[in-house]
Design a protein. Sequence first.
Length: 238
Amino acid sequence: MRLLREEVKAARADMLEFRSTISGLSTAVNLCNQRVDDLSERVEAIERQQPANVLPDASIFEEKIASLMQDINDRDQDLLQNDVEVAGVPEGKNESAMHLALSIFIKLGVQLEERDIVSAERAGPLRVAREGGGGAPRPRPLVVRLARRAERDRLLAAARVRRGATTEGITSAVTTFYINERLTKANRILFYKARVEASSRNWKYVWTRDGNIYVRKEHGSPRHRLRSEIDLTKLFGM
């Protein structure tokens, strides 16, 4: 009987503790419900103040999308920091792009080895001659990725010094070739439009450096960097 009384007392104490816990939970739930009700009232008040036919400004989303696209383009351009693009070199059927690239670099006075080149290939789909006897198709650019940024900078500097170099002694057809840093598709389009607009307004300088596009009206005037067509419109008032 004594043990039974002690067990009943213990059970009664546990029940009191359980009731106290339930009471605390009930208070917390009531407080949470009150906060939800307050939040619902605030949302309804805001909805009543805003006309039903008013939609979010689309320009906000357009600006965000444009900003994201610009960030992606900048990152893509960073991946091309070791690349050069050789334009104007006649394209042969069974040519070796690696050998062709090394020969062109030697012509510029830059001695490189195969280990200095990560890859060399023609960019874009194969071009065919125009119908009606329009002559040979324009050769695709030769894209070369160097192992080090310093080698790329050496090539670009040598190309500026030996501007007007030809493929004499390299290919059967002699043509003038040009070496430039490689740009993303978006930057190539922007660079082309910048040259067109600058030419029509007698701006003398349009150039690229490290994937960035710059324009300058004349010697000594400020340079302007173009990151998008918006910058082009602001600068030239298109």
